[in-house]
Structure formats: structure tokens, C-alpha cells
Write a protein that binds this ligand. Structure first.
Ligand code: C2E
Ligand code: MG
Ligand code: MG
Ligand code: MG
Length: 283
């Protein structure tokens, strides 16, 4: 601890600023991992139209000692490029599984039915990743069906052993969610080869759904594909009641977004309740 900084970065006058910034970020992140600067928030995944809690997605957060909050959109790519995502991802997975077990003890039937953890392409490529997932389930005692591993289409398309690891994870009984669906390549072909249970329809298709543009057409097509292929569709980034109503009309039954809840500390999941307006419209 503490002495990591200089040792990690080294000095190279030819190093351009962006590379230096990336190296510094990665060095700080390695320290963060050892010193409790990282924590997880959990965003409710709700059923529609009532907005009741169905599951949660774990989202990592970092409070940097000097820079304050650094978003995952900044440090996850840095962690991926430096390989730090492997130990970081292992910590995230174990922490989320431990919390899932805690909820099951404390909340019983009211515990989230599924806990979703993001897994990067780089993690999926590691030989033995599925075995690591199994080891975490054994250590924590979490039943496999409660865990959902969330991967992007591009991660699965990465080639190599990614698809084999994903199949091995699915064989454990863990659920597989495809994230940001529709934004990558050859999405529909992937559905035939990849053992997906859940398809997360990207926010970009939800954003303009009420204005009736092409996004709405895609969202309408995707829910039909999911129904036909027995996949659970989760609409991501739902921010307004109008979007929620339109998604429900199209056939969506699961959603996630600021309209329902922001990512919350673990202890606030116990007190999450649907907003009153949602409950009324569901009645
Ligand atoms: P993602 O997996 O697509 O996660 C959803 C992101 O959308 C989260 O951002 C979430 O806070 C945000 N979000 C949810 N509802 C809304 C909404 O209604 N409006 C808007 N504008 N945004 C919404 P976050 O937490 O900043 O994470 C960004 C990305 O960073 C994630 O995208 C994921 O790719 C990555 N990430 C976050 N946590 C982890 C992690 O633990 N491990 C890995 N490997 N990646 C992570
Ligand atoms: Mg994701
Ligand atoms: Mg996500
Ligand atoms: Mg997404």
C-alpha cells in the first residue's frame, strides 16, 4: 500500500500525456482496490407497470482521495486497458455475491430475486473465469440462479475463449444478460450462439421512444424477438413516465432507470418502494 504510485508508473519522457494520465489512473486504482476507496451501488431493476423491485444491478463507484468521485465510464476503460479489471472485477463479483446473500438473510422473500454484475471482455477472456465464478458462489453460498452476469455483445464477439467461458458460466445455472443490445454488430446472429437469458435494450432506443422515431421501431421489434426467443427484455435508462407507459404498451415488463430509481447504497434497497403514481396506474 501507499508505495505503489512511483513503482507503477515509472518515468518515460516520450510517454504522451494521455498514456501518462492512464498510467496514473491505473496506479491510483490499484491503491484504491487495497484501501476501501471502491464501493458498489445497486440500481433497482423493476417490473412494469407497478415498479416493484425485481432485481438489482451492481455498479462500481470510486471516491478518489484528491479527485473525489471518478465515474466508471472513466476508470473501467482504464482498468480494462491495463489488465487491472481482472482483480477489480473479482472484487466486484465477490462483494456483490456477499451482499446478495446478506439480502436473502435479512429480507427473505423481499430480497432482490437477481443480482446483476457487469463483466468486461477482458475478464471473460481469462482462462478459468467460469471456474472463478463457481468458486465465488461456493465461498459465498449464493445460489447460482440468483446471479446474473452482464456482458456486452462486443465482449462475446471478442473471439477466443469468451464464448466458451460464457457457456460454462451458464452451465453453472448463472443467468446471462446481454448489455447495450442493438448498439454493437451482428446482434441477431449472436442470439443463436450465445446462451443469453436476458437482453438489455439500450437506453438509446428508449430515449426517443415517445417521439416515434426509428428508435421506437427498434424497441418494438426487440421485444417481439425476446418474446419469440424466450428472453427477458429489460429496458435500460427509462427516465420518464411517458417512456415507461410506451414501453409497457409495446410489451416490456422489466425496466431500469432514473424514473424508478438511481443506483442506491445496499441498505436502501430494503426500503425501495415504487413511487405512488406507479402503483396507482398499476391498480
Ligand atoms: P451499463 O452496464 O450499461 O450500466 C448502466 C449505466 O446507466 C449506469 O451508469 C447507470 O447508472 C446508468 N443509468 C441507469 N439508469 C439511467 C437513466 O435513467 N438515465 C441515465 N442517463 N443513465 C442511467 P454507470 O454506473 O456510470 O456505469 C457506466 C458503465 O460503466 C456501465 O454501463 C458499465 O459498462 C460500466 N460499469 C459500471 N460498473 C461496473 C462494474 O462493476 N464492472 C464493470 N466491468 N463495468 C462496470
Ligand atoms: Mg453493463
Ligand atoms: Mg448495465
Ligand atoms: Mg447498458
Amino acid at each position: 500500500k501507499g508505495q505503489g504510485k512511483g513503482r507503477q508508473v515509472g518515468y518515460d519522457p516520450a510517454m504522451d500525456q494521455r498514456t501518462a494520465a492512464l498510467a496514473r489512473l491505473a496506479a491510483d486504482l490499484r491503491i484504491a482496490l487495497d484501501t476501501d476507496q471502491l464501493y458498489l451501488l445497486y440500481q433497482p431493476i423493476v417490473s412494469m407497470p407497478g415498479g416493484e423491485l425485481f432485481g438489482v444491478e451492481a455498479l462500481v463507484r470510486w471516491t478518489h482521495p484528491e479527485r473525489g468521485a471518478v465515474g466508471p465510464a472513466v476508470f473501467i476503460p482504464a482498468a480494462e486497458r491495463t489488465g487491472l479489471i481482472v482483480p477489480l472485477g473479482a472484487w466486484i463479483l465477490e462483494e456483490a455475491c456477499r451482499q446478495a446473500v446478506r439480502w436473502r438473510h435479512e429480507l427473505g422473500d423481499a430480497a432482490p430475486r437477481t443480482v446483476t454484475v457487469n463483466v468486461s471482455a477482458r475478464q471473460l477472456r481469462e482462462a478459468g473465469f467460469a471456474a472463478d465464478v463457481n468458486a465465488v458462489l461456493q465461498r459465498t453460498g449464493l445460489p447460482p440462479h440468483v446471479l446474473t452476469v452482464e456482458v456486452t455483445e462486443t465482449a462475446v464477439f471478442d473471439g477466443g475463449t469468451a464464448l466458451a467461458e460464457l457457456r460454462a458460466i451458464a452451465a453453472l445455472g448463472v443467468k446471462i444478460a446481454l448489455d447495450d443490445f442493438g448498439t454493437g454488430h451482428s446482434s441477431l446472429g449472436l442470439l443463436r450462439t450465445c446462451p443469453a437469458d436476458i437482453l438489455k435494450v439500450d437506453k438509446s432506443f428508449v430515449d426517443d421512444i415517445v417521439t416515434g422515431g426509428h428508435e421506437a421501431v427498434v424497441a418494438a421489434a426487440l421485444i417481439r424477438i425476446c418474446d419469440g426467443m424466450n428472453l427477458r427484455a429489460v429496458a435500460e435508462g427509462v427516465e420518464t413516465a411517458d417512456q415507461a407507459a410506451e414501453l409497457y404498451r409495446l410489451g416490456y415488463r422489466f425496466a431500469q432507470g432514473y424514473h424508478y430509481a438511481r443506483p442506491l447504497p445496499a441498505d436502501e434497497i430494503a426500503t425501495y418502494r415504487p413511487a405512488a403514481a406507479e402503483q396507482r396506474s398499476a391498480a
